[in-house]
Ligand binder design. Sequence first.
Ligand SMILES: Nc1ncnc2c1ncn2[C@@H]1O[C@H](COP(=O)(O)OP(=O)(O)OP(=O)(O)O)[C@@H](O)[C@H]1O
Length: 250
Amino acid sequence: MIEIKNIQKTFQGKTVLSDISATFEQGKTNMIIGASGTGKSVLLKTIVGLFEPDAGSVFYDGRDFHQSNRKEQKIIRSEIGMLFQGSALFDSLTVADNVRFPLNVHSKMSESEKDDRVNTCLKRVGLEQAANKMPSEISGGMQKRVGIARAIVMKSQYLFCDEPNSGLDPQTAWMIDQLIHEITDEFNLTTVIVSHDMNSVMEIGEYIMFMYQGLKIWEGNKDTILDAEPKELRDFLFSNKLVRTFKGMQ
Ligand SMILES: Nc1ncnc2c1ncn2[C@@H]1O[C@H](COP(=O)(O)OP(=O)(O)OP(=O)(O)O)[C@@H](O)[C@H]1O
């Protein structure tokens, strides 16, 4: 479980995050949604420790990240897997070596243990046949799956995904959503996803927090979001034709 409490962040006098609190539960796909420029990425970066908050705390299963010393932060970081927007694979490494990369940097496993772990993760995302291919030789959806395998290779407890569906066709996007959801459940991860994609929200949003201009305006889940009251959220939701149709407003 990750708890964020009263997070505040200001850049050059401009408040980007105002007093944000939320609880992201273990074994759930937690989503942060909102329009462009509303502070989702800054919040994600503050949670993973890339930004220092001006006020507030981030607790990883009770461990206060920003109050921890470097050694404690390193331990927490080693438990975090990240799936970046655009996958962020190393072009010059094979698929298997991309997945192996965190093990080479952080783990004391023997080479054969690393081989086994990489194979297990590639198999889990259905890519064992692509182990020796280069990223440029595989599709965007496969690259995302490599990114997921790399994110879980360290036996991560926390999985962060920044716009996991960007640039994918609807069917591939659905597959990636399902894979993230299954892996969250199977490994009992605390997963936090930043997304614009209303299909994802309606499919896998077990906890959803809506941000508007640096504020948390609403929290709920995929079963309650269509009846949410805040106008800012309704405007965000119902600008999407699919959601209007779903709600019978069309
Ligand atoms: N390093 C920075 N220095 C100054 N301002 C920043 C910095 N990073 C982000 N901002 C500002 O913080 C605000 C929120 O940006 P953020 O990237 O978090 O939005 P977002 O909701 O993730 O948008 P998008 O969906 O388009 O990615 C923006 O006004 C942005 O310009």
